[in-house]
Every structure is written in C-alpha cells, then in structure tokens.
Design a protein around this ligand. Structure first.
Ligand SMILES: NC(=O)c1ccc[n+]([C@@H]2O[C@H](COP(=O)([O-])OP(=O)(O)OC[C@H]3O[C@@H](n4cnc5c(N)ncnc54)[C@H](OP(=O)(O)O)[C@@H]3O)[C@@H](O)[C@H]2O)c1
Length: 280
C-alpha cells in the first residue's frame, strides 16, 4: 500500500479531470458512512494511461472511475471487461478483482435505469424514443434493452451514428427531421444529446405529439431543469432530471471499492447541486 497506510484508495482519471463531480459524490459517502478511504482526482494524459494503471497496482487502489478521453482506449489495458462494458464499448468504472486484476465495467447503463426506477415505472410495452447517438446513448440503449423495452426509436442529427448504434442494439432509426413524428404513442422520451446544456443550443422539439403519460427524461443536468423538462412538466408529463443518472452510476463502484452500498439521498443531491451552483 502507498505510504504503508493500508487505506483503501479509489479515484477518477481523466484529461482534464477537474470538472468531474465524482470526488464530491464519493467523498460525501465516505464521510457519511465513516469509512477511512480516499478518493482522488488524477489528471492522466493519454501518453501516461498505461503507466498510470500499472502504478495503481499494489498501491492500495481498489479501482477507479474513468472519464474522457480514456473510456474506450483503456479497454485493452485492463485484465478483463465485463459484458455490459463490452456491449457498450466503453468503461467508466474499474474494479480490482480478488486475483488483483483490474476489471472494466460500465455503470452508466444501470445508473440510468436505476434513476428512472427511483421515480417512475418504465413502460416496457410502449416505445422509447432516444434523441442522440453519442457515447451516452450507447449506454442508454443497452439499459433499455436490458430493462425489456420492446421498441426503441432513435434519431440523431448524423443519421449514420444512429444506424451504427442500431446495429448493436435493435432500434428503429428515423431522420432528425422526423423527431416529432416518432413521439406518437411513446411511453418514454430521453434527451441524450448535449442540446439544452448550458452553453449549448436549445433542443428544438415540439412535444405536441407525445402522450401526456410518457415519462420525459434529460440526461443533461446543467441546468438541472432543462427547457425540455420544464415544457414537459407544464403539459403534465412525469419528468426525471439527469442528476439521478450521475449519482446512481456511482453506487456500484463505491460498493466494490469500499464495501457498503451507499444510498442516493436528497442530502447527496443537494451536496452535488451546490457544487454546480444550483439549488436542490
Ligand atoms: N447524467 C449523466 O450521468 C450523463 C452521463 C453521460 C453524459 N451526460 C450528458 O449527456 C450529453 C451527451 O453526452 P455524450 O457523451 O453522449 O456526448 P457525445 O458523444 O459528444 O454526443 C453528443 C450528442 O449530441 C448531439 N448533438 C450535439 N450538438 C447537436 C446539435 N447542434 N444538433 C443536434 N444534435 C446535436 C450529437 O449529434 P451528432 O452525432 O449529430 O453530432 C450526439 O448525438 C452531454 O451533455 C453530457 O454531459 C450525462
């Protein structure tokens, strides 16, 4: 163990890493549960990725989170990749196994579903509409498939990216221009684009064709209440904000590194929201 302390260590690696909210989440749980563990943010350039992983071995590291730009490039450097991460093609959480090997996982998919389930019922017999086909969409498609959603409709500005995703996770692909038409009959609408995020253009979509019973969720969490969620709420749709996904994706890593399974509570939400300058 580093420094001979024997204190369990975990952290997040990225380039840059200062924007990551993971230290705030994990340190909150460490303090709340009274665990003597460490969670560190480590800036790692792509050139140093392999050496950094090697330096973690035998140094008390139980694992770590992975953020941009390492989520894909880390995969061949690990000892094992779990089936979810393999299907998604990206790793956001690394866990040291009993044999000392590092296993790559992806907890965005279970985090997304857990966030939805915490506030609403997922209507698996009605179509889910996914806007966007970037990295986050891949995890969301995997989670919808795993949850048993029978029909997924996906639309992306660059249609070829949606088609590439649909090749791995069966989904009906539509043109970006048809994003309002495919809302008909849907039970779930997910904004997985970066539109609506602070500093980005607004998400231009009328909700007129969306049933009012459909759950609307936005994975953007800066701002917490996006224009999409505000408009959905006004017309009576149940809404789920994007912070839940971020918090729930952290649960599995914490439990694997430090032991107890932590809870996502209003106190944790408030603690993280304070860091991004928003009230709970
Ligand atoms: N809540 C959470 O835990 C969580 C987790 C992961 C990500 N996120 C958030 O989710 C968002 C997407 O993340 P990501 O990693 O998937 O990003 P990404 O891989 O860069 O994908 C961005 C997506 O947004 C679309 N897009 C960007 N600008 C657009 C525009 N002007 N018009 C139409 N579509 C546009 C892109 O379409 P094209 O393919 O056509 O460019 C693509 O589908 C980010 O805001 C991120 O912060 C939240």
């Amino acid at each position: 163990m580093i420094g001979g302390s024997g204190i369990p260590r975990a952290g997040v690696i990225g380039w840059p890493v200062g924007h990551s909210l993971s230290p705030r989440i994990h340190r909150f749980w460490l303090a709340e549960l009274g665990i003597e563990g460490r969670y560190e943010a480590v800036v790692v350039s792509p050139d140093w990725l392999g050496d950094t992983i090697e330096s973690f071995r035998g140094a008390g590291w139980r694992g770590f989170n992975v953020t941009v730009p390492h989520k894909e490039t880390i995969m061949p450097l690990l000892d094992a990749i779990d089936p979810v991460a393999h299907a998604i093609g990206a790793v956001n959480t690394v866990v040291m196994r009993e044999d000392g090997g590092f296993e790559g996982r992806n907890t965005d998919a279970p985090g997304f579903i857990a966030s939805l389930r915490a506030t609403c019922v997922i209507q698996t017999d009605r179509p889910a509409v996914v806007l966007g086909a970037g990295g986050a969409s891949r995890a969301i498609l995997a989670s919808l498939k795993d949850a048993g959603v029978r029909e997924i409709r996906i639309v992306n500005r660059d249609r070829s990216r949606a088609e590439a995703l649909a090749a791995s996770f069966p989904a009906i692909v539509a043109d970006w221009a048809d994003r309002e038409r495919i809302l008909e009959g849907a039970g779930l609408l997910i904004n997985a684009t970066s539109l609506g995020m602070a500093g980005q253009p607004a998400l231009d979509i009328s909700l007129d064709r969306l049933p009012v019973t459909a759950v609307v969720t936005d994975i953007v969490y800066r701002p917490l209440k996006t224009d999409l969620l505000t408009r959905a709420q006004v017309r009576g749709n149940p809404v789920v904000d994007g912070l839940g996904m971020l918090l729930y994706q952290a649960v599995e890593g914490f439990a694997a590194w430090f032991g107890p399974t932590p809870k996502v509570t209003p106190a944790l939400r408030g603690h993280v929201l304070a860091a991004i300058g928003q009230g709970a």
